[in-house]
Ligand binder design. Structure first.
Ligand code: BGC
Ligand code: ZN
Length: 367
């Protein structure tokens, strides 16, 4: 069968590869789930892998099949599998366990091993192929009423985990009632995070560079949040106008912004870093001022990556609640479908060149 692959380490190496079709028996002990892929979302991580900044092939292979944001339909399940049946819609988690304590308790998203295994990203093939198989443990059912948003399951899991991390860590304060949140970045992570924070009742500001970006601003406002262009109102100025935020979720992909956020966080606040920055940018920062205000203000910084099945379920719950709270808004994120993996050049062009491409995803079914 066909798959969309790259040669890690070789820039712009995306190509269609021919790989063996997966079989249920590839997974031992009757725990296999065979899935027909319907849609696969792509994001900046895929672009960085194709730019040879990130990612690694499985040991012994010279190529890596891309794709870590999958939506599919179950075709066949092993005798031990009860939570999905043939015909069910599903998604699949990305990280696979290593050997640390966290991996052994199902928390491979917080492995303490330097080497991590992620389908479509690091050392394991991804989902951008006609079918895939995996252990039932990693297959998450997508409710039929969310099929149209199923391709957002993985990004939603990342947002749900980031927010959960902040609330869990803030239990250090005994009570935490955040009022104002800044979300930096208006890509899929920024928008879905803003939606989830609105569902929790926070006053949410989404900060991104572009003034009047059209659709992104419309989505932000439809979620009941406010869009702020940092070209017009820099983050420090916004904090002066509306007050310092109790929570900041940083999702720009830009480490400069990540550090800027440290200058405006409120006392007792939490700053969540989600950007995977594969470059080597250097930055001068007001380190005394930041250190001083963070110590005297009891502030918290937490880095967060990936999500386990619990975060996928949380993300799907949030998507469902958003559908009845902000009907029809979230699907507007799905701006750029590309038909078939043979159109990989278009996928990469949209990811790297088209500023209007909010969400690019590959359709694997013929319409
Ligand atoms: C993915 C995460 C992954 C991270 C680091 C992100 O694009 O959504 O699942 O853990 O990249 O590789
Ligand atoms: Zn991703």
């Amino acid at each position: 069968m066909k798959a969309l692959a790259v040669r890690p380490g070789v820039p712009k190496s995306a190509h269609v590869a021919e790989i063996p079709s997966p079989r249920l028996s590839d997974v031992p002990d009757g725990r296999g789930v065979l899935v027909r892929t319907l849609r696969v979302g792509v994001d900046a991580t895929d672009a960085e892998i194709d730019a040879a900044l990130y990612g690694a092939a499985p040991p012994g292979d010279s190529f890596l099949v891309l794709g870590h944001e999958v939506f599919g339909v179950v075709e066949e399940v092993g005798p031990q599998v009860t939570h999905v049946r043939p015909g069910d819609y599903c998604t699949c988690t990305v990280r696979r366990p290593g050997s640390t304590l966290y991996d052994r308790i199902g928390r491979n998203d917080i492995t303490s091993d330097e080497t991590y295994y992620e389908r479509g990203i690091n050392l394991l093939h991804g989902f951008l192929s006609e079918r895939f198989v995996d252990d039932a443990e990693f297959i998450v059912k997508v409710p039929v009423g969310l099929a149209h948003l199923g391709v957002l399951s993985e990004p939603a899991s990342v947002c749900a985990k980031g927010i959960e991390q902040a609330y869990l860590a803030q239990s250090r304060l005994q009570v935490w009632r955040p009022r104002t949140a800044f979300v930096t970045g208006a890509g899929q992570i920024g928008l879905l995070t803003a939606m989830m924070l609105r569902l929790r009742g926070l006053d949410v500001y989404v900060l991104a560079r572009t003034p009047n970006p059209g659709l992104k601003q419309e989505i932000v406002e439809a979620y009941g949040a406010r869009y702020v262009s940092t070209q017009e109102t820099p983050i420090r100025e916004l904090a002066r106008q509306v007050g310092k935020p109790d929570l900041i979720v940083e999702a720009t992909g830009n480490s400069r912004v990540a550090f800027e956020c440290m200058e405006v966080l409120n006392l007792n606040g939490a700053l969540v870093w989600t950007s995977v920055t594969a470059g080597d940018e250097l930055l001068e920062i007001p380190s005394d001022k930041i250190n001083f205000s963070w110590v005297l203000g009891n502030k918290l910084l937490v880095g967060t990556v990936n999500g386990n099945r619990h975060h996928f379920e949380q993300g799907l719950s949030a998507l469902a609640l958003a559908e009845v709270t902000f009907p029809g808004v979230t699907e507007r994120i799905l701006t750029h479908p590309v038909q078939g993996i043979e159109n990989y050049a278009e996928v990469m062009r949209l990811l790297t060149e088209d500023k209007s491409a909010l969400k690019v995803y590959v359709e694997l079914t013929d319409r």
